[in-house]
Design a protein around this ligand. Structure first.
Ligand SMILES: Cc1cc2nc3c(=O)[nH]c(=O)nc-3n(C[C@H](O)[C@H](O)[C@H](O)COP(=O)(O)OP(=O)(O)OC[C@H]3O[C@@H](n4cnc5c(N)ncnc54)[C@H](O)[C@@H]3O)c2cc1C
Length: 404
């Protein structure tokens, strides 16, 4: 949106091709719906250092369209920004939708033509020049091309990674994400208290903003910091990717192969043997002893009562928790300070003053398709604003439109 808007602003004729029925779906969910629009680190050196060793590439880009420019861009379009802890900048309205509106208007004002519901399927090229793009069987040609198809996180927003495949086909190097398989730190003390306990077949569900992201079953191990084991390690990459942007919650299902109704039946059958015993001492057939106290606390059941006194509502509440024990992710073992790499086109093959490909003179790249390491805090979108602006500007210049 930034690239298209900037190119059109300079007078270029722009066609924006979007596979969804609307633009910027991911932008709308940024910062938990508030959009952490940038990071207000105005010292160029310090800002660039935040991106790790690869950040050096951004010196040239940020000095052309940097953090202050992003503030000016949005504030001059009636979107005041505020700076919160760790220099995270947000719109004062706390609405990602308002950021989206500024971008949608920018595109509209420049009379960018938009082709919705149109998935680009590939790029055509001859030697070192892109000669067209394919939308299904239709070939569309232009003087210059900008690829801003994003990375691979949250594919339901449209970024499914095909841009990486086109870039490989053109001969660009695309580096894969190298975030390691790591154990997950959990906030809740009860999980740590279970250290050493393992569940051979449990289901872990990953949630963000109350929405289910993924569910998988396997072996989980509780440790003194949280959870580990094959299932957790395999899911850690996705959990880490989500955790970069907003809090991540997990639900642990101790009986993944039985539905809630059948689990309740099983509990009822088991408890009838112990009608006069304390509830706390009667769940040994259902739960490992160390976890009983926590389940009772979550379900707000007095464990000192006898089984006779357990109500159906209480029992059903307990069943719900046994199938969805809530946990909050607090970090990752060994990687708190490390930055999760997202993968993307090798930075060495791009001229960061212009965002032009070094292999194809009429090709420009912007945004998440580039292989930057970005910490959380508004750093991803800053790359998008900067590289989008420069890609738009320089592709327009190449077609004979001068910078204003
Ligand atoms: C949950 C979440 C929260 C985030 N929060 C923040 C935050 O607060 N601050 C921050 O700095 N960063 C945040 N980010 C990161 C930020 O959203 C991304 O860096 C940014 O959206 C990348 O922009 P992009 O334009 O490169 O790609 P995208 O936003 O992914 O957009 C790519 C576009 O290309 C389209 N497309 C893809 N393939 C095709 C095709 N074949 N044909 C046609 N169209 C195609 C897609 O439909 C999509 O509209 C967050 C990310 C996530 C997942």
């Amino acid at each position: 949106m930034m690239a298209a808007g900037r190119a059109a602003e300079l007078g270029a004729k722009v066609l924006l091709i979007e596979k969804n029925h609307k633009l910027g779906k991911k932008l709308l969910i940024t910062g938990g719906g508030r959009c952490n629009i940038t990071n207000a680190e105005l010292d160029l050196r310090k800002m660039v250092a935040k991106y790790g060793p690869k950040g050096k590439a951004l010196f040239g880009s940020f000095s052309r369209f940097g953090i202050q420019d992003v503030f000016d861009f949005f504030e001059s379009r009636s979107l005041p920004l505020k700076v919160e802890a760790e220099q995270r900048a947000f719109p004062v309205s706390n609405k990602a939708e308002d950021v989206w509106k500024v971008m949608a208007n920018y595109v509209k004002k420049g009379t960018v033509e938009i082709l919705y519901n149109s998935a680009v399927t590939g790029l055509k090229f001859v030697e070192n020049s892109v000669t067209g793009i394919m939308v299904g069987k239709k070939r569309i040609t232009a003087k210059t091309y900008i690829v801003a198809t994003g990375g691979k996180s949250r594919p339901e927003t449209g970024s499914t990674g095909e841009g990486f495949e086109w870039m490989k086909a053109l001969g660009h190097s695309v580096e894969e994400s190298d975030s390691a398989l790591v154990p997950v730190k959990i906030q809740q003390q009860w999980v740590k208290d279970l250290s050493g306990l393992s569940f051979t077949n449990a289901k872990l569900t990953v949630l963000q903003d109350g929405k289910k992201q993924e569910s998988r079953s396997g072996k989980i191990l509780c440790t003194h910091f949280g959870i580990s084991g094959p299932l957790v390690l395999n899911m850690s990459k996705q959990i880490a990717e989500l955790h970069k942007y907003a809090p991540v919650h997990l639900e642990l299902d101790l009986y993944p192969d039985i539905d809630a109704a059948n689990l309740d039946k099983k509990i009822l059958e088991s408890l009838t043997q112990f009608l006069n015993k304390k509830i706390r001492n009667s769940l040994g057939e259902i739960l490992p002893p160390k976890i009983i106290g926590e389940v009772l606390t979550l379900a707000k059941i007095d464990g000192e009562k006898t089984v006779n006194a357990l109500t159906k509502t209480e029992r059903l509440r307990m069943t719900t928790f046994i199938k969805a024990l809530p946990m909050s992710v607090s970090g990752f073992l060994g990687t708190e300070k490390a930055i999760v790499t997202s993968g993307g086109v090798s930075l060495k093959e791009i001229d960061f003053k212009t965002m032009q490909s070094k292999l194809f003179a009429n090709l420009f790249l912007a945004g998440d398709i580039l292989n930057f390491d970005r910490p959380s805090g508004g750093f991803s979108l800053q790359i998008c604003w900067t590289t989008g602006y420069l890609a738009g500007e320089n592709s327009a210049k190449q077609t004979g439109h001068l910078s204003s």
